[in-house]
Every structure is written in C-alpha cells, then in structure tokens.
Write a protein that binds this ligand. Structure first.
Ligand code: IPM
Ligand code: MG
Length: 365
C-alpha cells in the first residue's frame, strides 16, 4: 500500500515529538508493508517566521495532496502579540476548515500503569476509557457575525441540521463499535441552539437502536467527568464544549502528554496530540512523545485501515510504561525520567519485541 503523509511539526516541542513519532511510523510501515511518502512543512509560528503567515498555500496544497496529515503543535509566547488573523492558532483553525475536518475524536484512556499519575483517586480513574467526539468546524468557533469594537465583542453560536446529523452519526457509529453508549452534552436549559442539537441527536438515534443515548448539561457533565470518568463511553458535543471537556478528560488520565487525536472529514484526515507546544521545555529533549506516537497509531488504525497496527503500538506503549519508563511529566515519585529520544527508542524496542512474538505465534510449529 502506498501512503502519503504531510508532516507539520510546528512549534515548541512539536519538532521533537514529531521526530520520535516519525521513527515509530517508519517501523510500523515496514512491518505492515506500507510504502510511505513523507514531506515536511512549516506551520504556525515557524511559518510566520519564514513566510509571515501561519499557513501558506503550498503547505495547504501538500495537505490536500496527502492521505493523512500529522501535526505536532502550534504557538508560543513569541507570537502571542500578533493580530488575530496572524496568530499561529489560525493555521490550525484554517486547516480544519479548509480540509473539512468536522469530526474530532479525542480518546482518553487510563493505562493501568498510569492510574497513580492521575490527580484523582485511583479507584475513580481506573478503567476510564472514553472518547470525546467534538464537532470541529462549526458552532461558536466559526459562526458569523463575529467581531469586537471599543464597546462590545460578539460571536455567533449556530448549528444547522446537516452539521449536527453528521457528527451525531460519527458518535453513534463509534459507540456501536465500543460499549454502545453515547452521552450528548449540551446546554439545552439555556441555549436554543442546544435544544435544536438535542432534538436532532435524538432523531439520529432512531437509526441506532443498539446504542443508548443520554443527555447531560455541560456543567453537570464536567462535574461527572471529574467525579467518575469511567462512567462514560462516547461523549458527543459541540465545538467549544468539546474543547473544554477534552482538556478535562485528558487531565483525568494523568497527563496531557499521553493523548492523541484524529480530526476527520469526508476526504481528509489530520492526526495530532491533544497537548500544546510547551515552550518552557522545548528543545530540551524532555517532552513526552507518547501523544504524538499514539496519533500515528490512530492514523494507521483509521486512515490506513490497519487496526492491528494501532493495537500493537498501543500494546507497546502500555508495556513500556509498565516497565517503568516515563518522561518527566509522568515520572513516578522515586523514578528517573527518560528523555524524548529514549522514550522513542524504548517504544521502538517494545514494538519490535511484540512483532517478533507475533511472528513466532503465527508461524506453524
Ligand atoms: C484544541 C486547541 C485549539 C482549539 C486552539 C489552539 C485553537 O485548544 O485543539 O483543543 O481551541 O480548538
Ligand atoms: Mg483545546
């Protein structure tokens, strides 16, 4: 299989975690006979420095020409003072919009070895395995009119039927392959747009008799998420609530540095870690590459349609953590942290071991 990947390392720790992830991607590609064709491009602050724009046409074109986009992270204090449409974050929003990436999947899973790293008590986080399905190209992030002047600032929260239906289908389909439970999060007690959201989601559920649907107001959902995250399977929600809930869900699992995400549309796919560019630790070879590496896993599982590759990588992450290897953000109290590159090598080693075992069990005695 031939497979074209556009790599956008971005800013801060982005390039370091991307290097680690690309190495793992190459190992997996070899194992599963995927002929990778990789090209790398500047985005965000790095692109501003070089081209005076966070996202140039050539970069966007490379994404259109690819089977999948891998993005590191974007932004940093150096570019914070720039006007709104010049900010590094515009690149991310521009990519989402241009590539039609309306569906954002953010899994939050607690690895057994990481139960202690959560800020919550172990008995409440154990067995947490949920996915936030966030609508990504609509809602208040993109609604018009928007603006501000000296007297007021305004944004528009609007959803149309098609937008709600298609994201609801993503959530119900996913739940059907998981534990069959969707929680739709809204603010229908206050917002008409949420009443509409709720009605449409319930209509769509008619096509999914095997999936249960529960509605929660966003304030209650947030409380439930930090009270007992293991109660959730698939959380379906609008753009801004999903932004907030997915950070909370990420923290529950122990570290933002662990969580991957997929942003999908009808034609394109982008994979990126949930964490940001962490400028305070950039360039020090200490960032946790696991979220970026797991994003590569999601790419293999989703766009390459090789779930076995995603599963074996997930297993490699799990056993590496269980062996006690941790970067500084997740290191145990008495432990010695490993560097970004060492974590990369440890994952690669676990991966090779697992692939070797698989070959031995697969070959006839
Ligand atoms: C995220 C980020 C972005 C968002 C920012 C950087 C624009 O917080 O992907 O969650 O709000 O969507
Ligand atoms: Mg966010």
């Amino acid at each position: 299989m031939k497979f074209k990947v556009a790599i956008l390392p971005g800013d801060g720790i982005g390039p370091e975690v991307m290097d680690a992830a690309v190495a793992i991607m190459e190992t997996l590609a070899q194992e599963y006979q995927v002929a990778l064709e990789v090209s790398s491009h500047l985005v965000g602050g790095a692109s501003i420095d070089e081209y005076d724009s966070p996202l140039i046409d050539d970069t966007l074109q490379a994404c259109y020409d690819s089977d999948a986009v891998l993005l590191g992270s974007i932004g940093g204090p150096r570019w914070e003072g720039l006007p709104h449409d010049k900010k590094p974050e515009r690149a991310l929003l521009g990519l989402r919009e241009a590539l039609g990436l309306y569906s954002n999947l953010r899994p939050a899973k607690v690895y057994p070895a990481m139960v202690e790293a959560s800020s919550l008590k172990p008995e409440f986080v154990r067995d947490t395995d949920l996915v936030v399905v966030r609508e990504l190209t609509g809602g208040i992030y993109f609604g018009e009119p928007r603006g501000y002047d000296a007297q007021q600032g305004w944004n528009t929260l609007i959803y149309n039927r098609e937008e709600v239906e298609r994201i609801a289908r993503v959530a119900f389909d996913l739940a059907g392959r998981r534990r069959g439970q969707v929680t739709s999060v809204d603010k229908a007690n206050v917002l008409e747009s949420s009443q509409f959201w709720r009605e449409v989601v319930h209509e769509v559920q008619g096509d999914y008799p095997d999936v249960t649907l529960k509605d929660l107001y966003v304030d209650n959902a947030t409380m439930q998420l930090v009270r007992q995250p293991s109660q959730f399977d698939v959380i379906l929600t609008q753009n801004m609530f999903g932004d907030i809930l997915s950070d909370a869900a990420a923290m529950v699992t122990g570290s933002l540095g662990m969580l991957p995400s997929a942003s999908l549309g009808e034609h394109y796919a982008l994979y990126e870690p949930v964490h940001g560019s962490a400028p305070d630790i950039a360039g020090q070879n200490m960032a946790n590459p696991l979220a970026m590496i797991a994003s590569v896993g999601m790419m293999f599982g989703t766009t390459c349609n090789l779930p076995q590759a995603e599963q074996i990588l997930d297993k490699a992450i799990e056993i590496t953590l269980a062996d006690g290897f941790r970067t500084a953000d997740i290191v145990a109290e008495q432990g010695e942290p490993v560097s970004t590159t060492e974590m990369r090598d440890r994952i690669a080693e676990s991966l090779r071991r697992l692939m070797e075992e698989k070959r031995i069990t697969a070959s006839p005695a």
